[in-house]
Design a protein around this ligand. Structure first.
Ligand SMILES: [Zn+2]
Length: 74
């Protein structure tokens, strides 16, 4: 079953490359902490503060983009 093993490795590598490529093209995802709003509001919505995880931007850099940046030397 050696050849089958390498097909699986190839498929996994292709999936990773596809994911990293997707992250190069679409580098950001909504912040998981504030769901992309960039703020955390009190339950009544009258007052709010900036999200600390994304410093109020509402976005986070995808893990694949970080990998892509490493690979491209940035
Ligand atoms: Zn956030």
């Amino acid at each position: 079953m050696e050849s089958g093993h390498w097909i699986l490795v190839g498929l996994a590598a292709a999936a990773v490359l596809k994911y990293v490529g997707s992250c190069a093209w679409w580098p950001f995802a909504p912040c998981w902490c504030c769901s992309g709003t960039g703020t955390h509001a009190r339950r009544d919505g009258a007052v709010w503060r900036a999200c600390r995880m994304c410093t109020g931007t509402g976005r986070r850099v995808r893990i694949g983009r970080t990998i892509y940046n490493r690979l491209s030397g940035r």
